[in-house]
Design a protein around this ligand. Structure first.
Ligand code: XUL
Ligand code: CO
Length: 444
């Protein structure tokens, strides 16, 4: 075990009655049974490798502020990758969360050629496998970074140059196979540059066809190697490109349907991406669940004052509990989890700050789960939804939905019966009050 996080000497434990130095969970008690399952199994928390260990705290105006010695220049890239991996697994083990996620280039340095990059990745993946065996930490998902290198400036699968498509294919093949070797439960594709900067130089339909071809090749390869995990697309409306094709869950759903990929992919919904697309996280989760494409969550939130991806740690039970309710109501997560695709603020310099961010976010999720359990047991929301649509359970509702009546017949019948339906209350304020009362009254 490495000793990078020396200011956090022992594993973070559950201690509801002692706030202490903040290095305890106040709500997240992995073994506590909630709605028939352990909290840890409900939430399936993952830590991300990239923002936590492979980002120095830079922004567009300034250099890195964090204490990440392996990112400093002048260190042999493989030695730096080993030091980073040691610190990452020390962190995972001390935080006590079951999963992590990574991109190929977070873990292993790129070499001068694809073959050299693959060789580096293989070394680091074998080493990660040993650390996973030692610590019990598992892989929620792997992914390939198809957006940072300048070759991907005009996209990966949607690039006007087929050689770039081919380069991306090689990277995804290596990383999908690495994910399989590590027992990963999912594989994510986030199309950060699969979009456009200007329509003046863009052929929309061609790029969509290229993307579909790429995703079909990935799904075929998944089958040919027998990878049992779930393939996930991560919607985001824009940033870094002006417009991204995987704009939101509905766009992804329509795309998958159009290209006959609906059985191959699900979505990884990020809270911050949901709000950037002009929706709520609740909306994106409900849409995905209702359309059979819900897969996993990136739990990081945005900041309502600005319009970019701030990747902050979750801190709102109000925002999360209603979405967790929908997930619980639908039977809970399967291969997915709650990944912390989260960034510290640039002034959070202490090594222990990485713990405080995760502990606070995990407690927020745990509390949201407790609220969701109560909302489900209380039944008010479902009873109200049932009441609102009850008319469709009548013979008339059935006839209409089953296509037993055409437009002209329905119109004639309606005129003859002189139907004059009256609006009824949607009871929104009452429902909001009910949800709030459950949030306020749920004990930890
Ligand atoms: C970018 C983002 C990515 C994906 C993985 O906004 O969320 O980190 O989660 O590539
Ligand atoms: Co993400």
């Amino acid at each position: 075990m490495s000793d990078f996080f020396v200011d956090v000497p022992s594993p973070v434990a559950f201690a509801s009655d002692s706030p202490g130095d903040g290095l305890q969970y106040q709500v997240y008690d992995p073994d506590r049974v909630v709605a028939g399952k352990r909290m840890a199994e409900h939430l399936r928390i993952a830590v991300c490798y990239w923002h936590s260990f492979n980002w120095a705290g830079s922004d567009v105006f300034g250099a890195g502020t964090f204490d990440r010695p392996w990112l400093a220049g002048g260190v042999d890239p493989m030695e730096a990758a080993f030091a980073k991996q040691d610190a990452a697994f020390e962190f995972f083990a001390k935080l006590g969360t079951p999963f992590f996620c990574f991109h190929d280039v977070d873990m292993a340095p790129e070499g001068a050629t694809l073959a050299a990059s693959k060789a580096n990745l293989d070394v680091l993946v074998d080493r990660a496998g040993e650390k996973m065996d030692q610590t019990g930490v598992r892989l929620l998902w792997g992914t390939a970074n198809l957006f940072s290198h300048p070759r991907y400036a005009a996209g990966a699968a949607t690039n006007p140059d087929p050689d770039v498509f081919a380069h991306a294919a090689a990277q995804v093949r290596h990383m999908l196979e690495a994910t399989q070797r590590l027992g990963g439960e999912n594989y994510v594709l986030w199309g950060g540059r699969e979009g456009y900067e200007t329509l003046l130089n863009t052929r929309l339909r061609r790029e969509a066809d290229q993307l579909a071809r790429f995703l079909t090749m990935v799904a075929d390869h998944k089958r040919s190697i027998g990878f049992k995990g779930t393939l996930l697309l991560e919607p985001k409306p824009q940033e870094p490109t002006k417009h991204q094709y995987d704009y939101d869950c509905a766009s992804v759903h329509g795309f998958l349907d159009r290209y006959d990929l609906i059985d191959e992919y699900r979505v990884n919904i990020e809270v911050n991406h949901a709000t950037l697309s002009g929706h709520s996280f609740h909306h994106e989760v409900a849409y995905a669940l209702d359309n059979g494409i819900f897969g996993s969550v990136d739990a990081n939130r945005g900041d309502s004052q600005n319009g970019w991806d701030t990747d902050q740690f979750p801190n709102s039970v109000d925002e999360l509990s209603i979405a967790v309710y929908e997930i619980l109501r639908a039977g809970g997560l399967t291969t997915g989890g709650f990944n912390f695709d989260t960034k510290l603020r640039r002034q959070s310099l202490a090594r222990s700050d990485l713990f405080h961010g995760h502990i606070g976010g995990i407690d927020t999720l745990a509390r949201s789960l407790l609220v969701a359990e109560r909302l489900l047991a209380d039944g008010t929301l479902e009873a109200e939804r049932d009441r609102r649509y009850a008319g469709w359970n009548t013979e008339q509702g059935r006839r209409i939905l089953h296509g037993d009546v055409d437009l002209a017949t329905l119109a004639d019948e309606t005129v003859a019966a002189a139907l004059d339906p009256r609006p009824v209350s949607g009871r929104q304020e009452w429902l909001e009050g009910q949800v709030n009362r459950v949030i306020w009254s749920t004990p930890s």
